[in-house]
Write a protein that binds this ligand. Structure first.
Ligand code: HCB
Length: 216
């Protein structure tokens, strides 16, 4: 089992999306849980790719091809994740997106999938989302939660801007804000006045549940 997970990780590092896809299929057929495949196969591979890029050993095309492998694996895993959840009633409405200037979508999409699979009504605005689009969607859907993803130190600051705009628009009492993304920390969430920070998609589900129940 561990060998299969290591091979998945290595296939991302090697930049071989076909192998990532087929190994992920094999792991599912072998009975591995989709979340385990993400946590112990795909994420370690993406982290290695990120570290190599940071050190200058890998370049942008290497990131792009690793992302392609991860996205193809997620095509297999997302339906499995959804199928495993037993939805009773909708705990809340979430507007989700990666902030303006940032096109990293994989983590944001994973959080959106897991929230949906856990009964939340999710409006996924995609990536590079202008602040005005978050505000408009929150107003339109009467959402009680917004999830802001940022993967770059340069775009984390947009999370703060969204919160400031929610206050200015008189929406801050209506909507809880959760933030996440690789450079985001609990300390940052506190500093910018977010309601919570989640390290991963399961953490985001637990946090979202907590934030919504505090509200009611
Ligand atoms: Co990108 N990139 N990248 N990248 N990239 C990172 C993020 C670096 C950390 C790599 C590095 O240097 N070590 C780095 C950022 C450094 C920094 O600012 N601190 C970086 C850089 C610098 C860049 C460019 C600037 C490179 C360049 O052009 N010179 C450029 C920026 C483009 C832009 O956005 N304007 C860029 C581009 C790319 C792509 C397009 C090639 C590609 C993304 C493709 C896509 O998404 N379709 C990419 C990728 C793949 C990465 C890495 C390798 C992986 C990101 C990823 O998908 N992780 C990443 C390195 C890394 O993160 N270790 C690297 C897997 C997902 C599942 O994890 O952390 O996104 P996640 O999400 C988690 C978690 O954070 C949390 O739950 C998720 C699920 O578990 N979460 C939330 C996320 N959002 C949440 C919101 C909530 O409300 C709650 C929880």
């Amino acid at each position: 089992m561990n060998d299969l997970l290591n091979q998945i990780s290595q296939s991302l590092v090697d930049g071989d999306p076909d192998a990532t896809f087929s190994l992920t299929g094999q792991a599912l057929s072998a009975g591995l849980e989709p979340l385990m495949i993400i946590r112990e196969g795909l994420m370690p591979g993406m982290n290695i790719v990120g570290d190599f890029f940071a050190k200058g050993d890998y370049f942008l095309p290497d990131l792009i091809i690793a992302a392609e492998g991860m996205k193809r694996a997620m095509e297999l895993l997302e339906p499995e994740l959804s199928a495993r959840q037993q939805v009773v009633e909708s705990p809340g409405t979430v507007v989700m997106g990666t902030v303006k200037g940032d096109i990293h979508e994989i983590g944001k999409s994973l959080v959106a999938t897991m929230l949906s699979a856990n009964g939340f009504k999710v409006y996924d605005l995609g990536v590079d989302v202008p602040i005005s689009s978050f505000i408009a969607k929150i107003k339109e859907t009467q959402a009680n939660l917004v999830g802001l993803s940022a993967l770059l130190t340069t775009t984390m600051t947009v999370q703060r801007e969204v919160i400031k705009t929610l206050v200015a628009e008189g929406l801050r009492d209506q909507v809880k804000v959760m933030v996440g993304g690789a450079p985001v920390t609990r300390g940052w969430a506190e500093e910018i006045g977010a309601d919570g920070y989640a390290e991963d998609a399961m953490g985001a589900v637990a946090l979202a549940r907590r934030l919504v129940s505090i509200e009611s």
